[in-house]
Design a protein around this ligand. Sequence first.
Ligand code: SAH
Length: 204
Amino acid sequence: MVERLRNHYRIRDERALAAMERIPRHLFVPEALQSHAYADHALPIEFNQTISQPFIVARETELLEVTKDDRVLEIGAGSGYQTAVLAAVAGQVFALERIPDLAREAQARLRSLGIHNAAIKCFDGTYGWNEFAPYRGILVAAAAPEAPKALIDQLAIGGHLVIPIGTETDQRLIRITRTPEGIITEDFGPCQFVKLIGRFGWEK
Ligand code: SAH
């Protein structure tokens, strides 16, 4: 899996690659699908959600450009796999997930893997998590109609928000950087995520 990320997808972030080499992805997918855990695609998890394709996990992590000194926020923790990768490259991870059972199971999974610098809470991530703001990086794992304002407000100066923007069928991976003069927006091409559902996301 990691060889493909490096050679086919040209992921250059060695810390993200090392984390993905080490974290047992099969423990984040339903038992019946464990033999597919290291293949190059997203997989279904409970409640009609998905664990993101390894490439997208690596790509979003790489675009975040965070270090062990940084606090990051993740929206849409799902299985907790991306959370585990972020916990390996960042100092502290705060993650939100709107489905209570997924949030609970993901937190238990991280604990059983000995990951203690990540907290997962059940809450609508379109509000962000103000208590621990500002964040050096904010990673969103579900597609929004536009970047929720709260997330931009909770970014540190110089920090990145990586977020898929678009409809169910037509999305672009966008990186927003907060600078003292305003925001910079970059487009990293088409992508495919489940929808971000919430007060400042999609209605359903
Ligand atoms: N990174 C996860 C991706 C899970 S799919 C993984 O690889 O396992 C995206 C997740 O976003 C789903 O679990 C979905 O329930 C969650 N989600 C959608 N809208 C949300 C919102 N407003 N706040 C928090 N989580 C949300």
